[in-house]
Design a binder for this molecule. Structure first.
Ligand code: CA
Length: 224
């Protein structure tokens, strides 16, 4: 089941579209404004059906944002029959485009085909200090710059991020390390390297905190 977000201020159209998409097996949410759409769109959204003209602004804003942040496919709806809105739609990264009035069945077919050829998604996790984990690309960036982590460092870091509200024991972290022989202090060595790469001041770590006699805990907030 795919999660689809409809952004459309004409409630009658939105409800019809929602009904058809739900009947096709999708989870569907509906909002009517740019502001609400920007609040709701997240990495779990698989596709956005987007009206171009919304009460508080242009759908393009949402389109640019979802494409750049999550690489989410977008189908643009517009009532204007001219070439301009079509170009606008594609310029901001929309995958497909429908002119109102359209048949809900046609939209369902377009949704299916866009989902079928959807780009591989870049799932991301955001932390404080502008640290971003691109899960599918297996990379971490800090303030927009790539932080080069070894596979073991990344595995340990992801384990801490996954368990972000709880301390993780050294024993558990050891399980994430892939190495022929693991010494007692192996985890600490990896943590030291992670801190050198991620912390503002590795001697006063904020991103990864030590839980004395036990292990480590993520010290920063996870945003998504
Ligand atoms: Ca509208």
């Amino acid at each position: 089941m795919y999660q689809i977000l409809i952004v459309e201020d004409e409630v009658r159209i939105a409800e019809t579209v929602k009904e058809y998409l739900e009947r096709d097996g999708h989870g569907v949410r509906h909002v009517t404004t740019v502001a609400d759409a920007l609040k709701l769109i997240d990495a779990e959204t698989d596709l956005v059906v987007l009206d171009l003209m919304l009460p508080d602004g242009q759908g393009e804003r949402i389109c640019e944002r979802v494409v750049s942040l999550f690489n989410t496919p977008v189908i643009m709806l517009t009532s204007k029959r001219n070439e301009d809105s079509r170009i606008t739609g594609f310029a901001c990264g929309a995958d497909d485009y429908l002119t109102k009035p359209f048949s809900p069945r046609e939209l369902v077919m377009r949704v299916r085909s866009v989902l079928k050829r959807a780009r591989p998604r870049d799932r991301i996790i955001r932390l404080d200090y502008d640290i971003v984990i691109h899960i599918d690309r297996r990379t971490v960036t800090k303030q927009g710059r790539v932080v080069r982590l070894t596979p073991n460092e990344l595995a340990i870091f992801l384990c801490l991020v996954d368990n972000w509200k709880t301390a993780v024991s050294r024993d558990k972290l050891v399980e994430y390390i892939n190495a022929p022989d693991i010494l007692d202090r192996t985890v600490d060595v990896h943590i030291r390297h992670l801190r050198q790469k991620l912390e503002e001041d590795p001697k006063n770590p904020q991103v990864i905190k030590t839980v004395h006699g036990y292990g480590y805990i993520l010290g920063v907030k996870r945003h998504a």
